[in-house]
Write a protein that binds this ligand. Structure first.
Ligand SMILES: Nc1nc2c(ncn2[C@@H]2O[C@H](COP(=O)(O)OP(=O)(O)O)[C@@H](O)[C@H]2O)c(=O)[nH]1
Ligand SMILES: [Mg+2]
Length: 212
């Protein structure tokens, strides 16, 4: 895979977006993180024996809404991670809003995968949002996976969900590339086809001329 898989991480402030990303990329959990409106990380990550170039942009829901005015933004993104905290009801509403907004706007028939993460699962005694009612490790038909995680206490689960998202992105790329390859392979590019027709036609003209 040449082009990096581009994942955008969105959600309300303080839900643990940076903690989740840093946990996935470095395996570490720091209790305090710098508050930057937008941060991009580029790495090559191992995914089931493959080395995958990855770009993760960590932004707030607000920045995403602003970027929506840039028509190209979503079409260039390969996967979206929406984060809320299970002890923060407003963050859950922001996450719902972002998911609805993304679903409404996505145009490709093969959907951009959305990973909906309820972070801070270690604070279940302070839970104030419902837990996901779907099977927490299965992608739905519309390419969504909703699960709860804890950047603080569940490094393996964080690793699992990001790996699953990257695999989904790779599958989607293959699904969108295959039809093009099939239609291109048997006949070649339009330039090659034009050259072939010209060659055939000139032979035909020579044959006709020689019999006259
Ligand atoms: N208890 C708990 N706290 C967390 C977890 N993830 C992040 N935090 C804390 O939540 C606060 C905000 O995290 P941060 O990653 O900066 O949130 P962001 O603004 O969404 O990027 C920090 O104090 C983190 O230590 C978690 O899984 N469990
Ligand atoms: Mg942050």
């Amino acid at each position: 895979m040449k082009r990096a898989a581009h994942i955008v991480v969105v959600g309300k402030e303080n839900v643990g977006k940076t903690a989740v990303v840093v946990r996935y990329l470095t395996g570490r959990y720091l209790s305090e993180y710098a508050h930057a409106p937008e941060m991009t990380y580029e790495r090559i990550v191992p995914v089931d024996g493959r080395q995958v170039p990855l770009k993760i942009t960590d932004i707030s829901g607000k920045s995403l809404e602003t970027k929506a005015s840039n028509k190209d933004f979503l079409s260039k993104v390969d996967g979206i991670v929406v984060v809320y905290a299970i002890n923060d009801t407003p963050s859950y509403h922001v996450a719902e809003g972002v998911c609805n907004w993304v679903r409404r706007d996505r145009k490709s028939p093969v959907h951009t995968p959305i990973l909906l993460l309820g972070n801070k699962a270690d604070l279940s005694h302070c839970r104030c949002v419902p837990s996901p009612d779907t099977d927490e490790t299965q992608w739905t038909n519309s390419s969504c996976l909703a699960t709860e995680v804890s950047a603080s206490t569940q490094p393996d689960h964080i690793n699992y969900v990001f790996t699953s998202l990257i695999n989904k992105i790779l599958e989607r790329r293959e699904a969108t590339l295959k039809p093009r390859k099939m239609s291109q392979n048997p006949l070649g590019s339009p330039k090659v086809i034009r050259a072939t027709i010209k060659r055939r036609f000139s032979v035909f003209t020579r044959e006709r001329t020689s019999t006259m």
